[in-house]
Design a protein around this ligand. Structure first.
Ligand SMILES: *Cc1c(COP(=O)(O)O)cnc(C)c1O
Length: 355
C-alpha cells in the first residue's frame, strides 16, 4: 500500500528534554488511514499533526469502540533509530481489534506505517539519556450515528510524543495500593485488550489512590478479589525467596505486556526460575511479613521497569527492600534498556531498525 506524505510547512519548535512531562508534546506529523465497510482500509497518509474534525454523533464518543497501543522509537549512540518488538504491538492490537469488533490492520501495512512516520519525524527522536519517541497508534469508530451496534467506518491514527522518564521521580521506587473494592477486569471481559474503556473504568479507584499518595493501584481479580492481577498500566512481578513470580495472562483478565514477556525471556536467559501463576494477596502479604518478598517491580513500555518500594493493603503499609531499587530490578532495567537503546547486544533479535 502506498502511503502519501504531506509535510508540514510550519515545523514546531522542539521542547527541551530536561524533565519533559510524559505525553505532552507531539511531533510534526501523524499517520491516518480510513476503513469503510465494503472497501477495507484505504487512504494511508502522513499529514501534519493537528485536530481531527468529528460530528458530535461520532460513535466512539458514545459507545467507546476504541483500541490503542504504545511503543517507542529509540536513538542509538550512532544516531540510528530503532523500534523494540513492534510486531508484538501489532499482533496485540489485532487481538484487541477482534474483541472490540474492529477490523484488523494488515501487519505489513501497520509496520510500514510505523516506520514511515518515525522516519518522517526522525528529528523528533531525542538523543538525551533515557529519552525516546513514544508512539501511540489507535483506532476508533467514526460512524456519525447513534444506536449500539458495530460501526461500519473507522479511523486508524498514529501520533508520536518525545518522552523522558514516565515517573517524575525517575527510577525511584513507587508506592502502590492494593485495591480491595473496585476491579479492573472480569472473566470474559476486555481485560486482555488495550481499550480506552478499561482505563475509563479504572479512573475512580486510581484517582482515589493518587489522592492518598500512591502512584498506582494494584488490581485484584474480579471474581474473588483474592489474586494479584496487575498495576494500573503495568504488569507486576515479585521476587520471593529467590524466585520470580508473576500473574499468568492465561485467564485473559491481565494485559499481556510486551515488556513483561521480554523480562521473562531475559530472566530465563539469566537462569532465574520464573513462575507464571496465581499469586494470592495473602501469599504476597505473608512474604512481605516474613521477609521473603525481596523485590517488586512493574513492567511496561512507558516506564520500562518501575521498582515498587511500598505496598499498602487494608490500611497497612509494607515496605519492600527498604524502599530502595533492588539488585535484580536494576539489572533488568539495564538489560532491557541496553537492548532498546542499542547499548548492549540484542541476543533475542528484538530490535527493528528504522533509519
Ligand atoms: C500497556 C499495558 C501494560 C504494559 O504493556 P507493555 O506492552 O509492556 O507496554 C500493562 N497493563 C496494562 C493495563 C496496559 O494497558
Amino acid at each position: 500500500m502506498e502511503i502519501t506524505i504531506t509535510r508540514t510547512t510550519m515545523p514546531k519548535q522542539k521542547p527541551s528534554m530536561d524533565g519533559i512531562p510524559f505525553g505532552t508534546y507531539f511531533s510534526d506529523h501523524m499517520f491516518l488511514m480510513n476503513y469503510t465497510e465494503g472497501i477495507g482500509w484505504h487512504d494511508a497518509r502522513i499529514v501534519p499533526y493537528g485536530p481531527l474534525s468529528l460530528e458530535p454523533s461520532t460513535m466512539v464518543l458514545h459507545y467507546a469502540q476504541e483500541i490503542f497501543e504504545g511503543l517507542k522509537a529509540y536513538r542509538t549512540a550512532e544516531g540510528k533509530i530503532q523500534l523494540f518488538r513492534p510486531n508484538e504491538n501489532i499482533r496485540r492490537m489485532n487481538r484487541s481489534a477482534e474483541k472490540l469488533c474492529i477490523p484488523p490492520v494488515p501487519e505489513d501495512i501497520y509496520l510500514q506505517a510505523l516506520k514511515t512516520l518515525v522516519e518522517t519525524d526522525r528529528d523528533w527522536v531525542p538523543s538525551e539519556p533515557d529519552t525516546s519517541l513514544y508512539i501511540r497508534p489507535f483506532i476508533f469508530a467514526t460512524d456519525a450515528h447513534l444506536g449500539v451496534h458495530v460501526a461500519k467506518t473507522y479511523l486508524f491514527c498514529i501520533i508520536c510524543s518525545p518522552v523522558g522518564c514516565y515517573y517524575p521521580e525517575g527510577l525511584n521506587p513507587v508506592k502502590i495500593a492494593i485495591e480491595s473494592r473496585e476491579v479492573r477486569a472480569v472473566r470474559g471481559g476486555t481485560g486482555y485488550t488495550k481499550c480506552g474503556g478499561n482505563y475509563a473504568a479504572s479512573l475512580h479507584a486510581s484517582d482515589a489512590a493518587e489522592r492518598r499518595g500512591f502512584s498506582q493501584v494494584l488490581w485484584l481479580d474480579g471474581v474473588e478479589q483474592k489474586y494479584i492481577e496487575e498495576v494500573g498500566s503495568m504488569n507486576v512481578m515479585f521476587k520471593i525467596a529467590g524466585k520470580v513470580v508473576t500473574p499468568s495472562v492465561e485467564k485473559l483478565t491481565v494485559l499481556p505486556g510486551v515488556t513483561r514477556k521480554s523480562v521473562i525471556d531475559v530472566l530465563k536467559r539469566m537462569n532465574y526460575e520464573v513462575e507464571e501463576r496465581d499469586i494470592s494477596v495473602d501469599e504476597l502479604i505473608a512474604a512481605a511479613e516474613d521477609g521473603t518478598l525481596e523485590e517488586a517491580w512493574g513492567t511496561g513500555t512507558a516506564a520500562v521497569i518501575s521498582p515498587i518500594g511500598e505496598i499498602s493493603y487494608k490500611d497497612r503499609q509494607y515496605t519492600v527492600n527498604n524502599f530502595e531499587i533492588g539488585e535484580l530490578t536494576q539489572k533488568l532495567y539495564d538489560t532491557i534498556t541496553g537492548i532498546q537503546w542499542g547499548k548492549t547486544e540484542d541476543p533475542f533479535g528484538w530490535v527493528v531498525p528504522v533509519c
